[in-house]
Design a protein around this ligand. Structure first.
Ligand code: FAD
Length: 426
């Protein structure tokens, strides 16, 4: 056998599992399909040049203790997110600097936000129904918006914050994804901004690299796993080109949406099989834009189509800023098309010139097949409980984490739980 425990996937979940297992005295081999570690944590240069930016996940919140601890242990600095200095809203028809809606529509807008605050607080308290007994988790965002008869200007703001929370098709994804994120601070969608307090310097990719190399685990890049078999006393893993590895146990630290591509033999329960085939619906588009003509700290949301959320955290060379934008991967636009990106800039930041942009296509990426956990309202059990049925194989990913699912922090907690499940295998 090449090692005692094999870890498949060198994202944060796999890296933390490697740390925990090495600490427990097990010999560990991490295999990874790509030629880099980090997975959906991906720090690289803007347009292949400086500065380096996060093209996958970037922010952590004040309560992400495992991440803060990992940063401390590995000499990674936490960089505070700069405050919002200027704020604009697109109400679906016009860009506004006086508030999210025209004064005449304010009462209607405030009614919708008050309902969201109430529902978000109830969800945080552990209720899965609103005050009238209507469900909050098993309905889609579209159904939720219809229930509250949301006006167009409120919808523009909700959809903008949806791109950084629910982040998938509002016709299938649970409204709970949005309400849970509103509940992080004060129940409002806008409160999400206050949760995004820090990024990592020099970056998530460096953190993962340091976690694996200091654990003492061996790492093999360029090993795309195609088949995983569970036997009575061992696990057998085969790569797409036929290389075989054997171990006493394994941690499968792969994104939920690639599990359907793996040939599992004697591994998955029927509910896990259903869940793997369905996957999650996270289909955000994250874009970095170099803009001239706005100041760092500018935040604009709304617009109902294409890019819907844009924030400029960094000043850059020649009086430019680097702004991060979010939209959904849908048919309304394509971030590779100059005309679509230019249209978004003209709509959301007409005072700015577009100098350049860069992005990573996570939905088209065969080793991710989506962005972060976005749970469908129906039909896929992505709970940690459904995926914790370990014998010789344990599963780890932020997509079904015991807590903070969808976040880096969830990858860490699921990595720790999976490591514990296989740590004493003989
Ligand atoms: C655009 C974007 C923005 C995000 N923003 C944030 C944020 O601000 N804050 C936050 O906390 N989280 C954010 N996230 C989520 C966060 O990035 C993820 O939750 C986290 O990185 C997932 O870690 P993981 O280890 O579970 O999975 P991954 O990072 O996906 O790691 C899985 C690994 O498995 C490898 N793999 C896949 N298939 C195979 C195979 N067949 N064989 C071998 N290896 C394979 C992959 O290459 C990858 O390295 C964001 C994600 C994206 C995409």
């Amino acid at each position: 056998m090449q090692c005692e425990i094999l870890i498949i996937g060198a994202g944060l979940a796999g890296a933390h599992a490697a740390e925990c297992l090495a600490k427990a005295g097990r010999s560990v081999l991490v295999v990874e399909a790509r030629d880099r570690v980090g997975g959906r944590g991906f720090t690289r240069g803007f347009a292949q040049q400086a500065p380096v930016l996060e093209f996958g996940g970037s922010w952590i919140t004040p309560w992400h203790e495992r991440m803060k601890d990992a940063c401390r242990r590995h000499g990674i600095d936490l960089q505070p997110t700069i405050p919002v200095t200027t704020r604009e809203w697109h109400d679906g028809s016009f860009l506004r600097s006086d508030g999210p809606v025209a004064p005449a529509e304010r009462v209607e807008y405030d009614r919708v936000i008050a309902a969201i605050v109430d529902d978000a607080r109830r969800l945080k308290q552990g209720f899965d129904q609103d005050r009238t007994g209507a469900p909050l988790l098993t309905i889609t965002l579209d159904e939720y918006l219809a229930r509250h008869r949301v006006c167009r200007s409120a919808e523009a703001q909700i959809m903008a914050w949806w791109t950084i929370s629910g982040s998938g098709d509002p016709a299938t994804v649970s409204a709970g994804e949005f309400l849970a994120s509103c509940g992080y601070i004060d129940g409002t969608p806008e409160g999400m901004m206050q949760a995004l307090t820090h990024t990592l310097s020099p970056g998530v990719s460096t953190l993962v690299d340091r976690m694996i190399s200091s654990s003492g685990a061996r790492l093999q890049l360029g090993f795309p796993v195609a088949r995983i078999e569970q036997g009575l006393d061992r696990v057998r893993v085969m790569s797409r080109d036929g290389r075989v590895l054997e171990a006493r146990g394994a941690v499968v630290a792969l994104p939920a949406n690639v599990l359907r591509d793996i040939d599992f033999v004697n591994v998955l329960t029927p509910t896990q099989q259903t869940s793997a085939m369905r996957g999650h619906d996270g289909r955000a588009v994250k874009l970095w834009l170099r803009l001239k003509g706005i100041a760092p700290g500018h935040l604009v949301t709304g617009g109902l189509t294409g890019l819907q959320w844009l924030f400029a955290p960094y000043a850059s060379e020649n009086d430019t800023v680097l702004a991060v934008g979010f939209g959904l991967d849908d048919s309304s636009w394509h971030p590779d098309r100059h005309a679509d990106v230019a249209e978004a800039v003209a709509r959301l930041v007409p005072q700015a010139d577009l100098i350049g942009w860069d992005w990573h296509d996570w939905c088209g990426d065969p080793f991710a097949r989506g962005t972060w956990l976005s749970a469908p309202a129906q039909g896929a059990d992505l709970s940690a409980a459904n995926w914790s049925d370990a014998t010789r194989i344990a599963f780890a990913t932020s997509d079904f984490a015991p807590d903070a699912a969808g976040w880096f922090e969830g990858a860490m907690s699921s990595g720790a739980a999976a490591a514990e499940a296989v740590a004493t295998l003989r």
